[in-house]
Write a protein that binds this ligand. Structure first.
Ligand SMILES: [Zn+2]
Length: 302
């Protein structure tokens, strides 16, 4: 449809008026909360981390509490929409009936954007709750990257990244910064070393892979509340973690055969007995490759 020139001018004028009045009304701030479990208060061994553990059901409560605290604090500080990604183990840890009705929840695997599924360019920031340090870190409760049983290193363009770094890079693809992390002292230090001056809530101090001195749940929640509020208060200061494409992904397996079999694919290069390399166009393709690598097996059903 062609408008006469005066009509076009009037349309531009109206658009400008709506743009100005619209922006002075509701300012939208979408936040994604990615929740893991190893960095939740009190967690020290597998007994708290999987349905077989004698303390798992109770620690789902503590994990849910920490996520709830982050949600409440984020809304109180100005967030207008929150998506939570349940990102530990089976992806079905958070107690859905204990979460508020004004959020949405991402559950279970596989999913192409992994622990930050749901993020896109409309988000203002990402919060990590219950995070742990990476597999190349010699300190930290349950230090691992994606799988403590199978992976010994994950690198993006030559830099070893913990889950916090990998997920920050996926969010960074959409220009979304990580603004806050909670976990043990090793996880918080590793993330701030890599991502810059994000807010960090240290809820326990590790003595090793299976031991830590921990805050009590109420104190951990007070700290998480304070740090989330502070992070949202200075949200404009944070920069997205951008890994320049193409992305060179290097993965070192603990075992030999994953590298052998993956190298049958022409898109995969075997770089040594235990390691492979994949080049992704961007972080999205790279994340999908990792998710495929971690989840594919011919017995998948349905
Ligand atoms: Zn986990």
């Amino acid at each position: 449809m062609r408008l006469p020139l005066t009509g076009i001018c009037f349309a531009i004028f109206l658009t400008a008026v709506f743009a100005v009045t619209g922006s002075s009304q509701v300012k939208r701030m979408k936040i994604l909360i990615s929740a893991d479990m190893e960095g939740v208060v009190g967690v020290v061994t597998g007994e708290q981390l999987s349905p077989q553990g004698f303390e798992y059901q109770r620690f789902r409560e503590f994990m849910t509490q920490e996520v709830n605290t982050a949600i409440e604090a984020a809304f109180a500080a100005g967030a207008t929409e929150i998506v939570v990604a349940d990102s530990h183990g089976n992806g079905q840890n958070l107690l859905i009936e204990k979460l508020p009705k004004n959020i949405t929840l991402v559950r279970s695997w596989p999913r192409p954007l992994m622990m930050v599924q749901g993020v896109d360019e409309t988000f203002a920031g990402v919060i990590f709750i219950g995070y742990h340090s990476g597999t190349t870190n010699s300190t930290g409760v349950r230090a691992h990257t994606m799988s403590s049983a199978t992976l010994a290193d994950v690198q993006l363009n030559g830099v070893s990244v913990p889950e916090a770094g990998l997920n920050a890079a996926i969010a960074g693809h959409f220009n979304v910064p990580v603004i806050m992390i909670s976990g043990d002292d090793a996880a918080v230090k590793e993330a701030t070393d890599l991502l810059g001056n994000i807010e960090g809530a240290v809820v326990k101090w590790n003595y090793g892979f299976h031991s830590a001195r921990t805050l009590m749940p109420e104190a951990a929640n007070d700290l998480i509340r304070e740090k989330v509020k502070r992070a949202i208060g200075r949200i404009s200061e944070f920069k997205p973690y951008k890994v320049a494409p193409p992305i060179r992904l290097d993965v070192r397996f603990k075992n030999y055969r994953p590298a052998e079999v993956l190298s049958y694919l022409s898109i995969v290069e075997r770089t040594d007995a235990h390691s492979i390399r994949f080049q992704g166009r961007d972080m999205i393709e790279t994340a999908k490759f990792i998710e495929f690598m971690m989840h594919y097996e011919p017995g998948l059903t349905p």
